[in-house]
Design a protein around this ligand. Sequence first.
Ligand SMILES: [Zn+2]
Length: 255
Amino acid sequence: MLIKTDGIVIKESSYSEKDKLMTVLTRDLGVIRAFAKGSKSFKHKNFSATQILNYSEFVFLAKNGIYTLREASLKNTFLEIRDSFESLIIAQYICESVLHLVRENMESNDILRLVLNSVYALTKNKFNKRIIKSVFEIKLLSILGYQLDCNKCKLCKKILEYSQYFHTSGFICENCFQELNFYERTQCIKTNTSVLNAITYITDAPCGSMFSFSLSDKNLKTLSLLTQKYIITHTERAMKTLKIYEEYFRLSKKI
Ligand SMILES: [Zn+2]
């Protein structure tokens, strides 16, 4: 059966001397792996469409649960992303997150739209790149059903007031924080109303305005730590690209 869908390549690996195995976040099939025969050659018609971060319309042959690329029509390359190391590594981190959290046959239209919007924003100098990263993390988890509750304590369910903490996968109140053991308390991130308001804004904002807000450097750092911790809780693994991103920040002394 031939299936036409569009998607962005989130991973490419060598399969044989001439062939490639690519992983694609598609609009209709979730994340799939597909053989791209001959596409390692510069001269092959599908060479560009099968490269990581390129967005194309694809025609796949699906047979016995295996996908093989038949045709590809390149739609966007996001080449400007390579002008900034920070943008490039965040884009690769976006790909790695999708790889770990999105499966084949999952509803993926909104996720593809989020990824395309985030990668596009990374090619522009209009938005703070840490905001783009945090927005992507919150939106992705929200689409997957892990929406953060910024109103109630995750443990006692009381309304959150001035002092809140982020604990593993949700916010807790001061009282519940005091009842945690010492180790658990060291794992919490102290937050505040500005950060919670930013998360509520991101969760509710449509794609067109989701990056359009500002935070102080201190609050942006808190937001960034929190959203990163939240996504790690769900991927349940250390991500290679995240380590590179953190090292980049350490070296550039931005943290
Ligand atoms: Zn509580």
